[in-house]
Design a protein around this ligand. Structure first.
Ligand code: HEM
Length: 612
């Protein structure tokens, strides 16, 4: 209806323009004719004039006629070819009337002059001007005015859409957190009002808490500080310079929040670890992992709050538990869904579960290790059905059980290995997935049509194939194709600068987008189709995300050693003819061990533990 209405309006505008143009032509023609009639009327008047009154009326009549003639002449003069005014007799002279009559008569007696007069009227531009204005209005002005109006309304629409997106993000995160609906609304309201829910909700809780502590402490010096001879407290000192660090924090929100936290940590009695546990978790769960790590480097209390595996955590175990819960919240926010909701990830988890033997864990693991395992399981195995699914796999694990030292370590381990861990063995024509620039692409429906042969693709599938993909120098259209088949998007590998500045500005106002996203996520919106946003436009190095250097380099070294070990084992025990392609290795973060897989000659993936 809108389209029809719009077209009807266009047509109406053109028709009105043309009618106006025609009317102008007609009017001008009429006015030309009227002039000629007027001449006749003058004559008629002269003829009809009563001879008896001729004498008296002559002067006034002549005067009025003179005025009329003068008007007409000046009118004609303005629209006709210009005649020199000197050719007109002086209208004030005594014989004006007859002379003027003569001049006028002369002018119209000449047929050429008359023709030119009409043509001049027609070609004077008036009618064309009207038509031109109508067309111009329709084609140009109309469009620009409408474009402006549309632009404005689009802008407000986009603004409201982005607001919704950010609101939804809060909801999504809370749904993922398993929070109940009633708890979501206060956060949403704060966001709508202040547009800074992180600061408002989390920080209000924190400052309120601290004010109450300060009030309670009164003038009592903090236990770890002594008064000097003047009975004044020594001014607190910074444990580390944070100037350079703060510049590198990922967004404005993080900067503000962390600056406050650092200021508190440096304010003697204000130990950040004194924040209520839930406030700490809430604050940290809105921050990207890299900013949290930066914060942990700034002070001892920051580290205490965030490191559940570090030696300096010597206080009550609640400190350690809070750190564990913080990283658990981050893991749930960033990764958990691919293990619980994505079929491929779920299968990988079930493979890991097959290694679990609770008794061995009880024997070998420390209390904290057992807690980490318990929490990891509680995140991903959140339904009873999932535990039932695990049951048939639950055969005792023969290898040595080693669990991640901390939840923080587990988080960063998982962020490094998740691609090869989840898609291991997915290189058949029915189920074919590859890792590409940090994302996962499902090429099951494309593998048999691949211009570079099905076999090539199958050989590289089931793991990160970015290097191979790039080494073939795939075209832009191939990259576009891959984009359409992406099933898991890694927010850490996105190049946000490809989106427009407005979106980025808006984006940086809300809490950061980290971890893994579904391609349908509202956070990506239409941006995912922007060239270069998810997958580079042209041949490039693999995109890398941030992480812990110690973990990354350890994994890299271990992977190389493991590959060599696996290759040796294959050569000795199976022979390279008994498998299709080579043997692959991946790290299982749940079992904290390396595992191998290969395709047998029936084209079925075979998994095995790492063997000596
Ligand atoms: C998302 C995954 C992939 C897609 C959508 C894809 C798509 C394509 C397309 C459209 C072509 C035709 C040439 C071009 O347009 O660049 C092509 C060629 C080729 N692809 Fe892929 N490809 C993918 C992954 C891979 C991988 C992982 C390999 C592994 C080595 C590979 C190896 C090749 C080879 C060897 C060619 C032939 C190149 C040539 O003839 O010059 N492709 N691919």
């Amino acid at each position: 209806m809108i389209v029809i209405g719009y077209e009807m309006e266009d047509i109406l505008r053109v028709v009105v323009g043309i009618v106006l143009g025609l009317l102008t032509i007609f009017r001008r023609e009429m006015s030309c004719n009227r002039e000629f009639h007027d001449e006749e009327t003058v004559d008629d008047n002269n003829n009809d004039r009563n001879p008896s009154n001729a004498e008296e009326d002559s002067i006034p009549l002549e005067c009025s006629k003179l005025e009329t003639t003068h008007d007409e002449l000046s009118k004609r003069k303005s629209i006709r070819r210009r005649k020199s005014s000197s050719s007109l007799p002086s209208l004030t002279s005594p014989r004006t009337s007859s002379v003027v009559e003569e001049v006028v008569k002369d002018q119209y007696d000449d047929p050429t002059e008359e023709l030119l007069e009409s043509a001049g009227l027609f070609l004077s531009g008036g009618p064309f001007l009207a038509v031109f204005i109508a067309v111009f209005d329709h084609l140009v002005a109309h469009k620009y005015v409408y474009a402006l109006v549309i632009f404005e309304s689009m802008r407000s629409l986009i603004a409201s859409f982005r607001k919704e997106v950010s609101d939804d993000k809060v909801l999504v995160e809370h749904v993922q957190d398993g929070a109940d609906e009633s708890k979501m609304h206060p956060i949403k309201e704060v966001d709508e009002k202040e547009n800074q829910y992180v600061y408002n909700v989390a920080w209000n809780a924190a400052t309120e808490y601290f004010s109450s502590i300060s009030a309670k402490l009164g003038d009592t010096p903090p236990s770890n500080q002594t008064t000097d001879s003047n009975n004044t407290y020594p001014s607190p000192t910074r444990s580390k310079s944070t100037g350079n660090l703060l510049q590198n924090l990922s967004d404005e929100n993080s900067r503000t929040l962390l600056m406050e936290m650092i200021a508190m940590a440096n304010r003697g009695s204000m130990d950040v670890t004194l924040l209520p546990c839930d406030a700490q978790i809430l604050i940290c769960s809105y921050l990207p992992p890299n900013d949290l790590l930066s914060f942990a480097c700034t002070s001892k209390s920051g580290r205490k709050m965030l490191d559940d595996g570090c030696e300096i955590v010597d206080g009550p175990s609640t400190c350690r538990d809070t750190a564990l819960l913080i990283w658990k919240a981050l893991f749930r926010r960033d990764f958990a869904w691919i293990l619980s909701d994505w079929n491929i990830g779920r299968e990988a988890l079930l493979r890991s579960m097959a290694c679990y033997d609770n008794e061995t864990i009880q024997e070998h693991g420390s209390l904290h290790h057992r807690k980490v395992i318990g929490h990891m399981m509680s995140i991903v195995m959140h339904t009873a059905e999932m535990w039932d699914e695990v049951e048939p796999f639950n055969t005792p694990f023969t290898g040595i059980i080693s669990t991640p030292a901390s939840m923080k370590e587990f988080y960063f381990l998982f962020s490094e290995v998740w691609i090869n861990y989840t898609i291991a063995g997915c290189n058949t024509t029915e189920k074919c997935l590859i890792g590409l620039h940090g994302h996962v692409v499902d090429i099951s429906n494309f593998v048999e049509d691949h211009p570079g042969s099905t076999e090539t693709l199958l050989l590289q599938a089931g793991r990160d194939a970015t290097v191979f993909f790039e080494s073939m120098g795939h075209s832009r259209s191939a990259r576009k194709l891959a984009l359409g088949m992406t099933v898991v998007v890694n927010a850490q590998s996105i190049h946000w600068q490809y989106t427009d500045a407005l979106y980025k500005e808006r984006y940086t106002q809300s809490s950061p987008t980290c971890g893994l996203l579904r391609p349908s996520s509202k956070l990506l919106g239409a941006n995912k189709n922007i060239p270069g946003f998810l997958i580079p436009l042209k041949r490039s190095r693999p995109r890398v995300q941030g992480g812990l250097h110690a973990i990354r380099s350890r994994l890299k070294a271990e992977q190389e050693a493991e590959l060599q070990k696996a290759q040796r084992w294959i050569d000795v025990h199976l022979g390279s003819e008994s498998l299709y392609g080579g043997i692959q290795v991946y790290y299982d973060p749940f079992c904290s061990c390396w595992r191998w897989w290969y395709m047998n000659l029936d084209f079925n993936p075979v998994f095995s533990e790492s063997m000596d």
